[in-house]
Design a protein around this ligand. Sequence first.
Ligand code: ADE
Length: 232
Amino acid sequence: MSWHATVLTLFPPMFPGPLGQSLAGRALAAGLWRLEVRDIRDAAKGRHRSVDDTPFGGGAGMVMRPDVLDTAIGSDDGRPLLYLTPRGQPLVQDRVRALAGGPGVRLLCGRYEGVDQRVLDARDAEEVSIGDYVLSGGELPALVLLDACIRLLPGVMGAEASAEEESFSAGLLEYPHYTRPAEWQGRSVPDVLLSGHHAAIAAWRRAQAEQATRLRRPDLWRARVDSAPAGP
Ligand code: ADE
């Protein structure tokens, strides 16, 4: 069975969207993963098929109804249920790796001001954020999460790229890249990269990765230093 993604959304035409192209699109066509898109509105009852209502306690916007969402989610099948929200835990590569290593995911995309908390609690949904900014719905975050997982599935990328992956697992940003021409607009490529000296190149890249992490992401750098084994 291939890795199985189910997306619950009010906007099914947003899928597969960009995931129908390039690496993820080829993997989808090859059956390395499977996408099921469920329209939340299909679970709504009544003449108006309403999926949302005004918030108890007042306030702006609408809240998605727990009964409709519960029907849309359906039965549990062992795949984690994730709800995309800026209130969630930040998505990190370790979580992506674990999700990619499992049977798949079920992703609940909210719209409006949010969803009734009770259905998240009742269905034990994991709340996930893709960053500290607010998007208009969970669809783009769902695409981001899926892309991050799919590129890690067996057979999606070559062995070369999966080794590259290890550099992020080491908690470092990547070193900078260069290609031809060796001289461009008066800018040259670092000499060491043209030296053919593999050990020197590896050492330079490592140093560049460390410097970039230290300067750009002191939070990552600190986490990495803190988790390093104690010195002699
Ligand atoms: N929905 C709206 N904004 C979001 C974000 N930053 N992460 C996840 N889901 C969201």
